[in-house]
Design a protein. Structure first.
Length: 290
């Protein structure tokens, strides 16, 4: 059962935002040398191997019961396979800023789905106001013209929106699964996803014929172990402790870390408008908690 978020939950939420904040850039780098199918497959397989190793080290028990595994199967489809393919596919046409702002729509879906399909989640006028404040901040960061045709075609944008909906639905399902630990549910999902994706990847891509550049290899490794394996442990930790709606606020935090990485590593500047946006985003996250 979920509860009121604690200070530690906020710390994990911001750490998760930092890990996921690097994923869009890593996807762009990886796509310079591989296809979206390979990005999806390597990401899932690396994360699955790491999480499976962790369960063996910690002697974590896997879930039991048909109902639990049916839910795990759908979480693997909706929360890993679908978004892990659709986001790279969409990023072939649209830039990282557009992807980030589209992903910020996720909390709206989380509130609606959580209200109707979760026993523990209910949205309020206060939370809807928080959504509006945070969206204002998002638009200040990236600009409303991020949705214009010059930034990519509508099909790619819809693909990223669909990926976000998949994340949200899998989060709602996770609140109904009877698995006590984050590593247990994470490992189960990625093992299931790996079983599905491995034969497809081997048949379609024939990875033994690939010649990866160092940058693409490093980007894929980062995606699999850091932005996926480590991040999904945090994701399900938060879902089990604080709920899917609280987790959805990470969509507002990810752009903040994107700006931070840009300033530190790419010599980008921080404008007054961007600073104002960060304040609005953080205010929305704070206000949105019940």
């Amino acid at each position: 059962m979920t509860r009121q978020a604690s200070r530690n939950d906020y710390i994990v939420l911001f750490a998760l935002g930092a890990l996921w904040g690097t994923s869009f850039g890593a996807i762009k780098i990886a796509l310079a040398g591989v296809t979206p199918l390979t990005v999806m497959s390597v990401r899932i397989l690396l994360a699955g191997a790491a999480l499976l190793l962790l369960t063996f080290i910690r002697k974590t028990k896997f879930p039991r019961g048909t109902q639990n595994w049916v839910k795990i199967f759908w979480m693997a489809i909706l929360g890993t396979l679908m978004p892990f393919y659709l986001v790279p596919w969409g990023q072939l046409q649209i830039d990282s800023s557009t992807t980030a702002i589209i992903m910020a729509i996720n909390p709206i879906f989380a509130l609606i789905l959580g209200h109707f399909f979760s026993d523990n989640e209910r949205f309020s006028i206060r939370q809807l106001l928080a959504m509006a404040i945070s969206f204002t901040g998002i638009f200040l960061v990236f600009g409303a013209d991020a949705f214009s045709g010059s930034n990519g075609n509508i099909i790619a944008q819809l693909a990223v929106i669909l990926a976000g909906i998949g994340y949200v639905i899998s989060g709602v399902i996770a609140t109904r699964i009877r698995v006590p630990t984050a590593d247990s549910v994470s490992a189960s999902i990625f093992v299931c996803a790996s079983i599905i994706v491995l034969p497809l990847w081997l048949i379609v891509e024939q990875p033994w014929k690939m010649h990866l550049e160092t940058e693409s290899l490093l980007a894929l490794t980062h995606l699999g172990l850091v932005s996926t394996g480590m991040a999904f442990l945090m994701r399900y930790y938060l879902i089990l402790r604080a709920g899917a709606v609280f987790l959805s606020y990470v969509a507002f935090i990810i752009p903040i870390f994107g700006i931070f990485f840009g300033i530190v590593f790419l010599d980008e500047s921080l404008s007054l408008g961007t600073l104002s946006a960060i304040i609005l985003i953080l205010s929305g996250v704070y206000l949105g908690q019940k």
